[in-house]
Design a protein around this ligand. Structure first.
Ligand code: ZN
Length: 209
C-alpha cells in the first residue's frame, strides 16, 4: 500500500509572491497532426512537493544534485499538530507528547491550501529543529511552503537545518495521512547547480520488497 503525498503541479499551484509560477507550453499536439505531444515547463523549482538544497539558504551550501540521496528514502514518522494558536512557529513543547520514532519526521499541520496562496501557515522553529537533530532526525518535512513564516526577515529555521546538516521537504500533501510510521520515498531531480527540486513524494505502509 502506498500513499501519494505530492500535490498536483499546475498553473494553479500556489507559489511565494514574486516567485515564478508554473506554466507548461505545448509545442506539438495530435490535434495539429504532429503525431506526438511535446511540451516544456517554466517554473520555480520550489513547486509542488519539493526538496530545498542547502545552497537555497547558505552561500556555500550543496546544490540539489550534490546532495546525498539517502536523506530522501527510508523510515519516516508523520506527526499531526493539533490546533496551534499562539505562534505560527512550532516549538519542542508543541510535540512534547509525541515520541520521535524515526530519522525522518513529517509535520501534518493542515494549515495551507496548495492551490491558493495565503501566508498564515504553520512553520518550524530553530529550537524544534535543534531538538529533532538531538533525536538523530535527518530530514524534516511539512505540508506548507516553508519551514519559516512567509514574512520572516531571516530564515532562521532554514539556517538551523543547515547547521545540523538536515534535509527538508516542503509543500507535502498530508491531509489524508494518518499519523503513524511509514517508509518515505521522495527523490529530487539531478539538476546541476539547483537550489531545489520537485519530488514525487510517496509513503509506503511497509518497506519495499
Ligand atoms: Zn522551498
Amino acid at each position: 500500500m502506498y500513499y501519494d503525498i505530492s500535490p498536483i503541479i499546475s498553473a494553479n499551484s500556489a507559489v511565494f509572491p514574486g516567485d515564478q509560477p508554473f506554466s507548461r507550453a505545448v509545442s506539438k499536439t495530435f490535434d495539429h497532426a504532429d503525431g506526438y505531444t511535446l511540451s516544456s515547463i517554466t517554473t520555480t523549482l520550489h513547486i509542488g512537493a519539493h526538496a530545498d538544497a542547502p545552497i537555497h539558504y547558505a552561500a556555500t551550501g550543496q546544490t540539489i544534485c550534490q546532495r546525498a540521496l539517502d536523506y530522501y528514502f527510508g523510515t519516516c514518522q508523520v506527526i499531526a499538530v493539533s490546533t496551534h494558536a499562539a505562534s505560527l512557529r512550532l516549538y519542542p513543547q508543541d510535540i512534547a507528547s509525541q515520541p520521535i520514532l524515526a530519522p525522518r519526521i513529517l509535520f501534518k499541520t493542515n494549515s495551507f491550501t496548495h492551490d491558493a496562496w495565503h501566508d498564515q501557515f504553520i512553520s518550524l522553529s530553530p529550537e524544534l529543529i535543534a531538538y529533532l537533530a538531538s533525536q538523530q532526525v535527518r530530514l524534516v518535512g511539512i505540508d506548507t511552503p516553508s519551514v519559516d513564516p512567509a514574512d520572516a526577515k531571516e530564515l532562521v529555521s532554514h539556517h538551523a537545518l543547515h547547521q545540523h546538516d538536515m534535509a527538508v521537504l516542503e509543500c507535502l500533501e498530508l491531509s489524508q495521512i494518518e499519523p503513524a510510521l511509514y517508509w518515505l520515498m521522495a527523490l529530487p531531480l539531478k539538476i546541476a547547480g539547483a537550489d531545489a527540486s520537485p519530488v514525487r513524494a510517496v509513503l509506503l505502509s511497509e518497506p519495499p520488497q
